[in-house]
Design a protein around this ligand. Sequence first.
Ligand code: PMP
Length: 359
Amino acid sequence: MIKREYLREDLRNLKAYQAGQQSCTLKLDANENPYPIPLEIRAQLASELLNGNDYQLYPDSDANSLRDALAKQLKVSRDNILVGNGSDELLHIVTTAFAGPGDKVLCPSPGFGMPGYYARLTGAIPVDYPLNKQFQYSLPKIELAIMEHRPKIIHICSPNNPVGSVMPVSDIAYLARRFDGVVVVDEAYYEFYGETMADKINQHPNVIVLRTFSKAMGMAGLRVGYLVSNKYLVDEIYKVKPPYNVNSFSQRAAELLLEHRDIQMERVQEIIESREWLYQALDGLRGVEPYHSHANFILIKVKDGLAVYKGLLEKGILVRHFAENPMLKNHLRITIGRSEDNKFILHSLAEVLTNMEEW
Ligand code: PMP
């Protein structure tokens, strides 16, 4: 075994990210889209696969065709966009581009874990800034954290994962004007909400918007994300991007999905309606406190998070628990499924809670 001195001292206590691998019949733990990619897109991809797409060649390292399609949709230029292997890779790349050893990176808490994780990988120091008691963003708390820590990067996730709360774009714009460093706005759940900073990148030279094809576009397995920013920052981030980071099949699939965006947006509308239905229904369940969400999931608070998680799993339903996080100990995050999935989880949750009362 290699001597410990050859390992990175600062990563010794870092636990490798582990994706959930529980088997289940209804997977509602990772905010995936319940609908498969439309059949006509799969048929088109299959035919291109059979009829000679050049898979013996490397993909277009710059994903130019996809970037052009995105630029057209977003009404920006190709130079304002960079494509990544999921927005996860972009979080890593952006962190590496702007934060080095000892730099501080501000991340919302509760919030998505990866920005802090990538900060540690670069040797930077992740610092949590708190949301308020109802897990809403609080401008004063963020400004206080900026004054105290003088970070290089501040992350805003809107809608926030795992809560579903949002920061109004006017507040993000205000913050971007007041703060000199990089403002990363993670809009992974944008389509379920509708407000964006992507059309304001030219007014804010320090803003980087992250988006993904994994959620509303239903392409989590093919790993495509993109960022939108001004050319100066995009050029800087390009220095860190690995060559050929997105394979040609996925680039093409994303392009086809953009062409059929209307089909996916109809499904997004259905998911939003299901979310509102489920929120009302959960709100009526004794022992459950749901949080209002602008994304494709709902966070709930229960008395014993882990027991409810296990009860649901026994019925084949996998949701996300946060037992490792003291702030979210008795919280569970439920991905919005099809309407029959929502009825099933509601019914199962009611049963689990009733059984627990009878213990
Ligand atoms: N940002 C947020 C807020 C997320 O919830 C996720 C996925 N859970 C990602 C980024 C990463 O998504 P992907 O890499 O699939 O684009």
